[in-house]
Design a protein around this ligand. Sequence first.
Ligand code: MN
Length: 313
Amino acid sequence: MKETVIKLIEQYSTIIIHRHNNPDGDAYGSQLGLKHVIELNYPEKQVYAVGDENVFSFLGDMDHIEDDVYDGALAIIVDVCVKQMISDHRYELADEVLILDHHLNTPNIECVAHIDSSKIACAEMIVDILTDYNLQFNAQAATAFLAGIITDSGRFLYSNTQADTLEISAFLLRRGGALQWIYENLYTEELNFKKLKGYFINNFKIYRDHIAYMENSMDVTKEYNVSTFTVSRAMVNQMSGIKGIDAWVNFTEDEVGIMVELRSKETPIVDIAKQYGGGGHALACGCVINSFEETNQLLDDLHEHIVRSQNNG
Ligand SMILES: [Mn+2]
């Protein structure tokens, strides 16, 4: 499969790299790291990165391209494989689509897919492929990929962090990955963000003694002047690491519904996310529900699921 990936890259003279909406550090890092490596090793190729932008844009800018650039091009989609989450649907205009992902989902578009859910970061998976074929890395590429690994592994904290994760990170450091620069950009917080954390920690609730959860109305996003994504994704792990808490769920209201972020300490819970039309990783996943009235049902399903899994384990 790795060979197919490299062959596709070699075959096309124009390559446009996509990733998911609301990009996290891994989506951005995988996308821009791959762009830099292809540009460095195949200087005759035209390579573009497209999609929406957010706080991770310190990693690099997106390209703004016309539709006709897709004529005869290869679209590579990283860190996502389901249609509804891909940023910029013009990948449909490309000749061929290659997906590189590490989520536990099945692609629902026509494509060639390389998916390895054992990898903690899509960036780790891509670097592993590129190094197998001895492609050169510059500091820009190394920094982007390293940012992907650092963010998706929670700075090497989450359970899928493996020896390979550290070896690949060491490789990226040797290629000039700017670790301190990444940390400065990631961990210097805005005042409103710090205050939001305080609000969050003081107000989450407990369901059936073992599930922590938080319900955020749109007032929260307004009061702290942050995006839904910030409240939803960036706050969920404020409920992690609590003795006796097996799982934690963050419900955040926005215009389309209630964004649900689910996390679990040990028991895989992605089936609950899938049951509600979402997906993701075994221990970190998400879905969208219609209203806060469904909160209790979801918490109850999660509770039953965890109890059942623990009894079977
Ligand atoms: Mn990822």
